[in-house]
Design a binder for this molecule. Sequence first.
Ligand SMILES: C[S@@+](CC[C@H](N)C(=O)[O-])C[C@H]1O[C@@H](n2cnc3c(N)ncnc32)[C@H](O)[C@@H]1O
Length: 392
Amino acid sequence: MEQFQDFSLFHGDSMEVLANIEEKVDMIFADPPYFLSSGNGTVKINGRYINFDKGKWDRQRSKEEIYEFNKHWLSLCRECLKDSGTIWVCGTYHNIFEVVECLKDLGFKILNMIVWQKSDPPKTLTDQRFNFSAEYIIWARKCEKVPHFFNYELMEHMNNGIHMPDVWKLPAPCHWEKTCGKHPTQKPLRLLYRIILATTHEGDTILDPFAGSCTTGIAANLLGRKFIGIDQDEKYLQLGMRRREEIYNPDVAQKIFERMSENPEEVQVIVNHARPELLKLMIEKGICYLRAGDSKGSVLVTPGFERTGYVLLHSGGQDCHLFKLKRKGCFQIWTKESLEEQGFHPEHASYYQVFHFDNSKEIPFSREPRLLQGLNTYRSKIRPLSDFIGIR
Ligand SMILES: C[S@@+](CC[C@H](N)C(=O)[O-])C[C@H]1O[C@@H](n2cnc3c(N)ncnc32)[C@H](O)[C@@H]1O
Protein backbone atom coordinates (compact mmCIF):
# COMPACT_ATOMS: atom_id res chain seq x y z
CA MET A 1 0.00 0.00 0.00
CA GLU A 2 0.94 3.66 -0.37
CA GLN A 3 3.11 4.66 2.59
CA PHE A 4 3.95 7.69 4.64
CA GLN A 5 7.46 7.44 6.08
CA ASP A 6 6.17 6.96 9.63
CA PHE A 7 3.02 5.01 8.68
CA SER A 8 3.41 1.63 6.95
CA LEU A 9 0.40 -0.52 6.12
CA PHE A 10 0.36 -4.17 5.11
CA HIS A 11 -2.66 -5.82 3.58
CA GLY A 12 -3.09 -9.51 4.41
CA ASP A 13 -3.54 -12.13 7.08
CA SER A 14 -1.47 -11.19 10.13
CA MET A 15 -0.39 -14.79 10.47
CA GLU A 16 1.46 -14.46 7.18
CA VAL A 17 2.49 -10.80 7.27
CA LEU A 18 3.93 -10.89 10.82
CA ALA A 19 6.28 -13.72 9.85
CA ASN A 20 7.86 -11.41 7.24
CA ILE A 21 8.34 -8.32 9.38
CA GLU A 22 12.05 -7.96 10.01
CA GLU A 23 12.04 -4.83 12.17
CA LYS A 24 11.97 -5.26 15.95
CA VAL A 25 9.33 -2.93 17.41
CA ASP A 26 9.11 -1.19 20.80
CA MET A 27 5.44 -1.76 21.51
CA ILE A 28 2.49 -3.72 20.10
CA PHE A 29 -1.13 -2.73 20.47
CA ALA A 30 -3.55 -5.42 19.36
CA ASP A 31 -7.32 -5.21 19.14
CA PRO A 32 -7.98 -8.75 17.87
CA PRO A 33 -11.35 -10.34 17.09
CA TYR A 34 -13.32 -10.83 20.33
CA PHE A 35 -15.35 -13.60 18.63
CA LEU A 36 -18.62 -11.94 19.57
CA SER A 37 -20.61 -12.11 16.36
CA SER A 38 -23.11 -14.91 15.91
CA GLY A 39 -23.67 -14.30 12.19
CA ASN A 40 -27.25 -13.42 12.96
CA GLY A 41 -26.86 -10.15 14.78
CA THR A 42 -29.91 -8.30 13.57
CA VAL A 43 -32.13 -6.93 16.30
CA LYS A 44 -35.30 -4.86 15.97
CA ILE A 45 -35.29 -1.77 18.16
CA ASN A 46 -38.08 0.80 17.99
CA GLY A 47 -39.17 -0.58 14.63
CA ARG A 48 -35.65 -0.32 13.14
CA TYR A 49 -33.42 -3.30 12.33
CA ILE A 50 -29.90 -2.84 13.67
CA ASN A 51 -27.09 -5.17 12.66
CA PHE A 52 -24.71 -6.05 15.45
CA ASP A 53 -22.65 -8.46 13.41
CA LYS A 54 -19.10 -7.10 13.10
CA GLY A 55 -18.12 -9.33 10.19
CA LYS A 56 -16.88 -12.82 9.38
CA TRP A 57 -13.60 -12.17 11.16
CA ASP A 58 -15.45 -11.80 14.47
CA ARG A 59 -17.64 -14.96 14.29
CA GLN A 60 -17.91 -17.09 17.42
CA ARG A 61 -15.48 -20.03 17.72
CA SER A 62 -14.81 -22.78 20.24
CA LYS A 63 -12.56 -22.17 23.25
CA GLU A 64 -9.84 -24.34 21.66
CA GLU A 65 -9.99 -22.48 18.34
CA ILE A 66 -9.77 -19.13 20.13
CA TYR A 67 -6.75 -20.37 22.09
CA GLU A 68 -5.01 -21.63 18.92
CA PHE A 69 -5.71 -18.41 17.01
CA ASN A 70 -4.39 -16.26 19.85
CA LYS A 71 -1.35 -18.45 20.42
CA HIS A 72 -0.44 -18.23 16.76
CA TRP A 73 -0.51 -14.45 16.33
CA LEU A 74 0.89 -13.78 19.81
CA SER A 75 3.92 -16.01 19.17
CA LEU A 76 4.57 -14.18 15.88
CA CYS A 77 4.23 -10.83 17.67
CA ARG A 78 6.72 -11.99 20.29
CA GLU A 79 9.28 -12.49 17.51
CA CYS A 80 8.74 -8.88 16.30
CA LEU A 81 9.05 -7.35 19.76
CA LYS A 82 12.30 -6.01 21.25
CA ASP A 83 13.29 -7.78 24.47
CA SER A 84 12.44 -4.63 26.44
CA GLY A 85 9.13 -4.25 24.58
CA THR A 86 5.56 -4.54 25.84
CA ILE A 87 2.29 -5.67 24.31
CA TRP A 88 -1.30 -4.48 24.88
CA VAL A 89 -4.20 -6.78 23.98
CA CYS A 90 -7.88 -5.77 24.14
CA GLY A 91 -10.85 -7.96 24.89
CA THR A 92 -13.97 -8.85 26.79
CA TYR A 93 -14.82 -12.05 28.63
CA HIS A 94 -15.32 -13.69 25.22
CA ASN A 95 -11.58 -13.79 24.48
CA ILE A 96 -9.56 -12.20 27.26
CA PHE A 97 -9.06 -15.32 29.41
CA GLU A 98 -7.60 -17.24 26.47
CA VAL A 99 -5.38 -14.24 25.66
CA VAL A 100 -3.98 -14.22 29.21
CA GLU A 101 -3.42 -17.98 29.11
CA CYS A 102 -1.52 -17.72 25.80
CA LEU A 103 0.57 -14.78 26.97
CA LYS A 104 1.66 -16.71 30.05
CA ASP A 105 2.29 -19.90 28.06
CA LEU A 106 4.52 -17.93 25.68
CA GLY A 107 6.63 -16.45 28.50
CA PHE A 108 5.20 -12.92 28.67
CA LYS A 109 4.91 -11.30 32.10
CA ILE A 110 1.48 -9.76 32.79
CA LEU A 111 1.84 -6.19 34.11
CA ASN A 112 -1.72 -4.91 34.35
CA MET A 113 -5.25 -5.49 33.26
CA ILE A 114 -6.68 -2.07 32.42
CA VAL A 115 -10.42 -1.68 32.73
CA TRP A 116 -11.69 0.75 30.15
CA GLN A 117 -14.92 1.91 31.72
CA LYS A 118 -17.06 3.45 28.99
CA SER A 119 -18.51 6.72 30.20
CA ASP A 120 -21.38 6.46 27.73
CA PRO A 121 -22.06 2.72 27.24
CA PRO A 122 -24.76 1.65 24.79
CA LYS A 123 -27.72 -0.15 26.30
CA THR A 124 -27.29 -3.94 26.52
CA LEU A 125 -30.13 -5.66 24.67
CA THR A 126 -31.33 -7.87 27.50
CA ASP A 127 -32.78 -7.38 30.94
CA GLN A 128 -31.27 -10.66 32.13
CA ARG A 129 -27.79 -9.22 32.86
CA PHE A 130 -26.03 -6.06 34.00
CA ASN A 131 -25.35 -3.51 31.28
CA PHE A 132 -21.99 -4.13 29.54
CA SER A 133 -19.95 -1.03 30.11
CA ALA A 134 -16.29 -2.07 30.14
CA GLU A 135 -13.56 -3.61 28.03
CA TYR A 136 -10.28 -5.00 29.32
CA ILE A 137 -6.78 -4.39 28.04
CA ILE A 138 -3.98 -6.67 29.14
CA TRP A 139 -0.53 -5.11 29.32
CA ALA A 140 2.41 -7.55 29.38
CA ARG A 141 6.14 -7.37 28.85
CA LYS A 142 8.09 -9.73 26.67
CA CYS A 143 10.66 -10.98 29.16
CA GLU A 144 10.35 -11.85 32.81
CA LYS A 145 13.78 -10.37 33.58
CA VAL A 146 14.28 -7.51 31.05
CA PRO A 147 12.93 -4.18 32.39
CA HIS A 148 10.26 -2.35 30.39
CA PHE A 149 9.52 1.37 30.02
CA PHE A 150 6.70 2.97 32.03
CA ASN A 151 6.37 6.73 32.22
CA TYR A 152 5.21 6.79 35.83
CA GLU A 153 5.72 10.55 36.33
CA LEU A 154 3.74 11.52 33.27
CA MET A 155 0.86 9.21 34.18
CA GLU A 156 0.83 10.56 37.73
CA HIS A 157 0.80 14.05 36.35
CA MET A 158 -2.06 13.24 33.97
CA ASN A 159 -3.95 11.87 36.96
CA ASN A 160 -3.62 15.09 38.95
CA GLY A 161 -0.69 14.03 41.09
CA ILE A 162 -1.96 10.58 42.09
CA HIS A 163 -0.58 7.22 40.89
CA MET A 164 -2.63 6.46 37.74
CA PRO A 165 -5.05 3.61 38.53
CA ASP A 166 -5.92 0.70 36.24
CA VAL A 167 -9.52 1.79 35.71
CA TRP A 168 -9.86 4.43 33.00
CA LYS A 169 -13.15 6.15 32.38
CA LEU A 170 -13.21 7.31 28.77
CA PRO A 171 -15.94 7.80 26.18
CA ALA A 172 -16.36 5.62 23.08
CA PRO A 173 -15.04 7.11 19.79
CA CYS A 174 -16.72 10.43 19.07
CA HIS A 175 -17.98 11.88 15.77
CA TRP A 176 -14.74 13.87 15.28
CA GLU A 177 -12.88 10.53 15.06
CA LYS A 178 -15.15 9.25 12.31
CA THR A 179 -14.94 12.03 9.74
CA CYS A 180 -13.20 9.72 7.22
CA GLY A 181 -15.63 6.78 7.62
CA LYS A 182 -16.57 4.16 10.20
CA HIS A 183 -15.15 0.91 11.50
CA PRO A 184 -17.57 -1.31 13.49
CA THR A 185 -15.16 -1.72 16.42
CA GLN A 186 -13.12 1.46 16.32
CA LYS A 187 -11.16 2.31 19.48
CA PRO A 188 -11.08 5.89 20.83
CA LEU A 189 -7.96 7.97 20.18
CA ARG A 190 -7.97 9.02 23.84
CA LEU A 191 -7.35 5.43 24.90
CA LEU A 192 -4.39 5.06 22.54
CA TYR A 193 -3.05 8.45 23.57
CA ARG A 194 -2.69 7.31 27.17
CA ILE A 195 -1.30 3.89 26.29
CA ILE A 196 1.31 5.29 23.89
CA LEU A 197 2.45 8.06 26.24
CA ALA A 198 2.68 5.62 29.15
CA THR A 199 4.77 2.98 27.42
CA THR A 200 6.79 4.44 24.54
CA HIS A 201 9.31 7.19 23.79
CA GLU A 202 9.17 9.66 20.93
CA GLY A 203 10.63 8.04 17.79
CA ASP A 204 9.66 4.49 18.90
CA THR A 205 7.94 2.06 16.53
CA ILE A 206 4.49 0.66 17.33
CA LEU A 207 2.93 -2.35 15.58
CA ASP A 208 -0.79 -3.13 15.33
CA PRO A 209 -1.54 -6.56 13.79
CA PHE A 210 -5.33 -5.90 13.62
CA ALA A 211 -5.15 -2.26 12.59
CA GLY A 212 -8.74 -1.70 11.36
CA SER A 213 -9.18 2.04 10.86
CA CYS A 214 -5.62 2.59 12.20
CA THR A 215 -6.53 4.42 15.41
CA THR A 216 -3.20 3.22 16.82
CA GLY A 217 -1.34 4.67 13.84
CA ILE A 218 -3.06 8.05 14.02
CA ALA A 219 -2.34 8.44 17.75
CA ALA A 220 1.22 7.15 17.22
CA ASN A 221 2.02 9.65 14.44
CA LEU A 222 0.41 12.57 16.28
CA LEU A 223 2.72 11.72 19.19
CA GLY A 224 5.85 11.41 17.06
CA ARG A 225 5.98 7.58 17.00
CA LYS A 226 6.29 5.36 13.90
CA PHE A 227 3.54 2.93 12.98
CA ILE A 228 3.27 -0.46 11.25
CA GLY A 229 -0.30 -1.69 10.70
CA ILE A 230 -1.71 -4.94 9.28
CA ASP A 231 -5.29 -5.77 8.32
CA GLN A 232 -6.82 -8.36 6.04
CA ASP A 233 -9.58 -6.02 4.90
CA GLU A 234 -8.42 -3.49 2.36
CA LYS A 235 -11.39 -1.17 2.89
CA TYR A 236 -10.34 -0.65 6.52
CA LEU A 237 -6.76 0.07 5.53
CA GLN A 238 -8.05 2.61 3.01
CA LEU A 239 -10.03 4.22 5.83
CA GLY A 240 -6.82 4.25 7.90
CA MET A 241 -4.96 5.91 5.04
CA ARG A 242 -7.66 8.59 4.72
CA ARG A 243 -7.29 9.28 8.42
CA ARG A 244 -3.52 9.56 7.95
CA GLU A 245 -3.97 11.94 5.03
CA GLU A 246 -6.36 14.01 7.13
CA ILE A 247 -3.68 14.70 9.74
CA TYR A 248 -1.17 15.64 7.04
CA ASN A 249 -2.82 19.08 7.32
CA PRO A 250 -1.16 20.63 10.40
CA ASP A 251 -4.31 22.55 11.41
CA VAL A 252 -6.42 19.39 11.40
CA ALA A 253 -3.63 17.51 13.19
CA GLN A 254 -3.53 20.19 15.88
CA LYS A 255 -7.31 20.06 16.39
CA ILE A 256 -7.37 16.27 16.63
CA PHE A 257 -4.37 16.34 18.94
CA GLU A 258 -6.14 18.76 21.27
CA ARG A 259 -9.27 16.62 21.45
CA MET A 260 -7.32 13.40 21.82
CA SER A 261 -5.36 14.83 24.75
CA GLU A 262 -8.49 16.02 26.58
CA ASN A 263 -9.11 14.03 29.70
CA PRO A 264 -12.82 14.05 30.54
CA GLU A 265 -11.96 13.18 34.14
CA GLU A 266 -9.34 15.89 34.51
CA VAL A 267 -9.24 18.11 37.55
CA GLN A 268 -10.44 21.65 36.86
CA VAL A 269 -9.10 25.03 37.95
CA ILE A 270 -11.19 28.05 39.02
CA VAL A 271 -9.48 30.97 37.31
CA ASN A 272 -10.33 34.17 39.13
CA HIS A 273 -9.32 37.77 38.55
CA ALA A 274 -8.88 40.07 41.57
CA ARG A 275 -7.49 43.57 42.01
CA PRO A 276 -3.83 43.49 43.26
CA GLU A 277 -4.69 44.32 46.93
CA LEU A 278 -7.55 41.81 47.00
CA LEU A 279 -5.37 39.16 45.36
CA LYS A 280 -2.75 39.68 48.07
CA LEU A 281 -5.36 39.35 50.84
CA MET A 282 -6.88 36.22 49.28
CA ILE A 283 -3.45 34.55 49.25
CA GLU A 284 -2.77 35.66 52.82
CA LYS A 285 -6.10 34.13 54.01
CA GLY A 286 -6.16 31.10 51.68
CA ILE A 287 -9.63 32.15 50.59
CA CYS A 288 -10.95 32.86 47.12
CA TYR A 289 -14.51 34.09 46.73
CA LEU A 290 -16.83 34.63 43.81
CA ARG A 291 -20.21 36.26 43.71
CA ALA A 292 -22.80 33.51 44.15
CA GLY A 293 -24.61 33.49 40.82
CA ASP A 294 -26.46 36.33 39.20
CA SER A 295 -27.97 39.51 40.67
CA LYS A 296 -30.79 37.41 42.17
CA GLY A 297 -28.19 35.50 44.15
CA SER A 298 -28.62 31.98 42.68
CA VAL A 299 -25.69 29.61 42.45
CA LEU A 300 -25.22 27.80 39.16
CA VAL A 301 -23.23 24.62 39.72
CA THR A 302 -22.33 23.15 36.35
CA PRO A 303 -21.54 19.45 35.70
CA GLY A 304 -17.86 18.83 36.25
CA PHE A 305 -17.70 21.25 39.15
CA GLU A 306 -16.99 18.32 41.48
CA ARG A 307 -13.65 17.98 39.66
CA THR A 308 -12.53 21.47 40.66
CA GLY A 309 -9.29 20.97 42.55
CA TYR A 310 -7.28 24.17 42.09
CA VAL A 311 -7.64 27.92 42.08
CA LEU A 312 -5.65 30.29 39.90
CA LEU A 313 -5.62 33.90 41.01
CA HIS A 314 -4.51 36.70 38.70
CA SER A 315 -4.82 40.43 38.24
CA GLY A 316 -5.88 41.22 34.71
CA GLY A 317 -3.84 38.34 33.35
CA GLN A 318 -0.73 39.32 35.37
CA ASP A 319 0.67 38.13 38.69
CA CYS A 320 -0.68 34.58 38.38
CA HIS A 321 -0.70 32.18 41.36
CA LEU A 322 -1.88 28.57 41.35
CA PHE A 323 -2.97 26.75 44.54
CA LYS A 324 -4.61 23.45 45.41
CA LEU A 325 -8.05 23.55 47.06
CA LYS A 326 -8.18 22.07 50.56
CA ARG A 327 -11.15 19.92 49.49
CA LYS A 328 -11.68 19.02 45.87
CA GLY A 329 -15.07 20.00 44.45
CA CYS A 330 -16.18 21.81 47.62
CA PHE A 331 -17.16 25.37 48.32
CA GLN A 332 -19.09 27.12 51.07
CA ILE A 333 -21.69 29.85 50.79
CA TRP A 334 -20.79 32.85 52.90
CA THR A 335 -22.66 36.07 53.50
CA LYS A 336 -21.11 39.46 52.75
CA GLU A 337 -20.80 39.94 56.54
CA SER A 338 -18.81 36.72 57.04
CA LEU A 339 -16.31 37.89 54.43
CA GLU A 340 -16.09 41.29 56.09
CA GLU A 341 -15.15 39.55 59.35
CA GLN A 342 -12.12 38.14 57.48
CA GLY A 343 -11.06 41.63 56.34
CA PHE A 344 -12.60 41.54 52.84
CA HIS A 345 -14.85 44.25 51.43
CA PRO A 346 -17.20 42.55 48.97
CA GLU A 347 -19.51 44.94 47.19
CA HIS A 348 -21.50 43.16 44.53
CA ALA A 349 -23.80 40.67 46.25
CA SER A 350 -25.17 39.36 49.53
CA TYR A 351 -23.84 35.81 49.13
CA TYR A 352 -20.53 34.42 47.91
CA GLN A 353 -19.05 31.07 46.96
CA VAL A 354 -15.95 30.62 49.11
CA PHE A 355 -13.07 28.27 48.22
CA HIS A 356 -10.42 27.42 50.79
CA PHE A 357 -7.01 26.71 49.30
CA ASP A 358 -3.61 25.66 50.64
CA ASN A 359 -1.75 28.98 50.60
CA SER A 360 1.43 27.41 52.03
CA LYS A 361 2.37 25.72 48.76
CA GLU A 362 2.19 27.57 45.47
CA ILE A 363 2.10 25.27 42.41
CA PRO A 364 4.67 26.13 39.71
CA PHE A 365 3.47 26.58 36.12
CA SER A 366 5.04 24.79 33.21
CA ARG A 367 2.80 26.43 30.63
CA GLU A 368 2.11 30.04 29.86
CA PRO A 369 -1.42 30.66 31.27
CA ARG A 370 -2.34 33.04 28.37
CA LEU A 371 -5.07 34.70 30.40
CA LEU A 372 -5.22 37.76 28.19
CA GLN A 373 -6.56 35.81 25.25
CA GLY A 374 -10.30 35.98 24.69
CA LEU A 375 -12.89 38.44 25.82
CA ASN A 376 -13.67 37.14 29.27
CA THR A 377 -10.33 37.63 30.98
CA TYR A 378 -11.93 39.33 33.96
CA ARG A 379 -14.63 36.72 34.52
CA SER A 380 -14.02 33.64 36.59
CA LYS A 381 -13.65 30.59 34.43
CA ILE A 382 -13.12 26.88 34.87
CA ARG A 383 -10.23 25.46 32.88
CA PRO A 384 -8.45 22.07 32.86
CA LEU A 385 -5.32 21.75 34.95
CA SER A 386 -3.25 20.73 31.93
CA ASP A 387 -3.70 24.25 30.54
CA PHE A 388 -1.30 25.39 33.26
CA ILE A 389 0.87 22.42 34.10
CA GLY A 390 1.29 20.86 30.68
CA ILE A 391 2.09 17.27 30.06
CA ARG A 392 4.45 17.58 27.11
C1 LIG B 1 -11.33 -5.19 16.47
S1 LIG B 1 -10.94 -4.65 14.87
C2 LIG B 1 -9.67 -3.42 15.14
C3 LIG B 1 -10.21 -2.01 15.20
C4 LIG B 1 -9.14 -0.97 15.39
N1 LIG B 1 -8.56 -1.04 16.71
C5 LIG B 1 -9.67 0.44 15.15
O1 LIG B 1 -9.59 1.29 16.06
O2 LIG B 1 -10.20 0.70 14.08
C6 LIG B 1 -10.09 -6.03 14.27
C7 LIG B 1 -9.59 -5.90 12.86
O3 LIG B 1 -8.77 -7.05 12.61
C8 LIG B 1 -8.94 -7.45 11.27
N2 LIG B 1 -8.57 -8.89 11.25
C9 LIG B 1 -9.26 -9.93 11.79
N3 LIG B 1 -8.57 -11.08 11.63
C10 LIG B 1 -7.43 -10.75 10.98
C11 LIG B 1 -6.29 -11.48 10.53
N4 LIG B 1 -6.20 -12.80 10.73
N5 LIG B 1 -5.29 -10.81 9.92
C12 LIG B 1 -5.37 -9.47 9.71
N6 LIG B 1 -6.42 -8.72 10.11
C13 LIG B 1 -7.43 -9.35 10.74
C14 LIG B 1 -10.39 -7.13 10.93
O4 LIG B 1 -10.52 -6.87 9.54
C15 LIG B 1 -10.65 -5.87 11.79
O5 LIG B 1 -10.51 -4.69 11.03
